[in-house]
Design a protein around this ligand. Structure first.
Ligand code: PGA
Length: 249
C-alpha cells in the first residue's frame, strides 16, 4: 500500500504573520479523517516559525527548493543541512516554476535529489508537460525524459524513498485541471517507466497529481488507482480548502 500524501506548496506567499494564521487554521481543524499525510511547504523565511507551531502535530514540514551543494560560496542558496535544522523532512524539487524561471534542468534536479536523499530529506520531484507539448502529442516523451533525467543514478533504496509529482504546466494556477482519466493515464504511464528502472520501487513510489486541485475535484482525482495524493498550490493557502482536499481522500 502506498501512502496518500497531500502537500501544500505555498510558493512565494506567507509572511510570519500569515504563516501563523494559516497554520493555526489547519491545526484547529484537527487531524484528517483519512490516513493522508499532510505536508505544508512555506517559504524559507517562515520555516523556523512553522517548525515551532507544527512540533508534535500531524502536519509535516517541507521546503520548496534547496541547493545541490553542501555548503560554501553559493549566494542566496539554502542547503539540505539548513533545512534539517528547522525540522524540514520533505523538499519540492524541479517545480515547473523553477524549471521555467530559473532554467533548472533535469540534470540539476537530479543533483538536488541526490543531495536531498543523502542528507535524509525526502524529495518531491516534479515533472509535467506544457500545453504546446501536449497539443503536439509529446506528453509521454516529455515526462519520460524528465522522469529518467531527474532520477538518473539513484540507488534502488533512494528511489523507494522518493515521491514524484505529475503537474501538467497548463493546469498550474490556471483553474484548468486534467480530467481524472487524463491524469490517471499519465500516472499509469509514469509507473510503467518507473518499473523499467526498478520494479519494486515502481509499486512503492507515491505519484502525486498537481494543477488546480480543489476540494471539489480532489475526490475524483484521488480515486484513480495510480494517483496517490496531490501537490496543491492556490488552494493550500486557505485552511478550509486545504482541509477539504485532505478530507476528500
Ligand atoms: P495550483 O499549483 O494548485 O495553484 O495549480 C500547483 C503547484 O504549482 O504545485
Amino acid at each position: 500500500m502506498r501512502p496518500i500524501i497531500i502537500a501544500g506548496n505555498w510558493k512565494m506567499n506567507g509572511t510570519i504573520a500569515e504563516t501563523e494564521t494559516l497554520l493555526q487554521g489547519l491545526l484547529e481543524a484537527g487531524a484528517p479523517s483519512s490516513n493522508a499525510t499532510m505536508i505544508v511547504c512555506p517559504p524559507f523565511t517562515a520555516l523556523y516559525r512553522a517548525s515551532q507551531l507544527l512540533e508534535g502535530s500531524h502536519i509535516a514540514l517541507g521546503a520548496q527548493d534547496m541547493s545541490q551543494h553542501e555548503k560554501g560560496a553559493y549566494t542566496g542558496e539554502v542547503s539540505a543541512e539548513m533545512l534539517l535544522t528547522v525540522s524540514v523532512r520533505y523538499v519540492i524539487l524541479g517545480h515547473s516554476e523553477r524549471r521555467q524561471y530559473h532554467a533548472e534542468s533535469d540534470q540539476l534536479v537530479n543533483a538536488k535529489a541526490k543531495a536531498a536523499l543523502s542528507a535524509g530529506l525526502i524529495p518531491i520531484i516534479c515533472i509535467g508537460e506544457t500545453l504546446t507539448e501536449r497539443e503536439e502529442g509529446r506528453t509521454e516523451e516529455v515526462v519520460a525524459g524528465q522522469l529518467e533525467g531527474s532520477l538518473a543514478g539513484l540507488t534502488a533504496d533512494q528511489l523507494k524513498k522518493s515521491i514524484l509529482a505529475y503537474e501538467p504546466v497548463w493546469a498550474i494556477g490556471t483553474g484548468k485541471t486534467a480530467t481524472p482519466d487524463m491524469a490517471q493515464a499519465v500516472h499509469k504511464f509514469l509507473r510503467s517507466r518507473l518499473a523499467g528502472i526498478d520494479k519494486e520501487a515502481a509499486t512503492l513510489i507515491p505519484i502525486l497529481y498537481g494543477g488546480s486541485v480543489k476540494p471539489g475535484n480532489a475526490g475524483d482525482l484521488l480515486g484513480q488507482p495510480d494517483i496517490d495524493g496531490a501537490l496543491v498550490g492556490g488552494a493550500s493557502l486557505k485552511a478550509a480548502d486545504f482541509c477539504g482536499i485532505v478530507n476528500a481522500v
